[in-house]
Write a protein that binds this ligand. Structure first.
Ligand code: AMP
Ligand code: ZN
Length: 137
């Protein structure tokens, strides 16, 4: 529990939420401002701010819970598809600084659009791939 963290408070019951799943490690509840109905958030009971400070084990717990929820959300909402997303840091749209996965039912005609792609120049493509490969070594 981290002081002032609303998601930690949801886990402890200090802030109400519509819990849909829980095990000893993770907690999942409905987003109060859903992109579509059935939009769930999966959080770890350990407080970590984002992917950068979440241990791999805890990320596995989050994804395992998303895997568990995915077919159930699709079935209950009669969705045609499902997005799983994670915003990390403010620049990426993260507002609540307790790492979480968004699990979002999608419908063929829900009017949402995918992120816009842009054109890579061949030089940039190579430059970026080289830099990432080098940093991973
Ligand atoms: P993010 O932008 O990735 O940090 O997403 C935070 C999400 O948490 C938003 O989609 C909010 O609608 C949702 N949210 C914030 N407070 C609550 C709450 N008390 N109960 C449920 N969802 C919440
Ligand atoms: Zn927290």
């Amino acid at each position: 529990m981290t002081n002032g963290c609303i998601f930690c408070k949801i886990v402890t019951g200090d802030i109400p939420a519509e819990r849909v799943y829980e095990n000893e490690k993770v907690y999942a509840f409905l987003d109060i401002r859903p992109i579509n109905r059935g939009h769930a958030l999966v959080i770890h009971k350990h407080h970590h701010a984002d992917i950068f400070d979440t241990p791999e084990e805890d990320l596995k717990d989050l994804m395992a819970a998303a895997k568990h929820l995915a077919p159930v959300l699709v079935k209950t909402t009669k969705a045609d598809g499902l997005n799983i997303g994670m915003n990390n840091r403010g620049a990426a749209g993260q507002v609540v600084m307790h790492a979480h996965l968004h699990v979002i039912p999608r419908f063929v005609n829900d009017g949402l659009r995918h992120w816009p792609g842009r054109q890579y120049t061949p030089e940039e493509l190579k430059l970026d791939a080289d830099a990432i490969r080098k940093a991973l070594k």
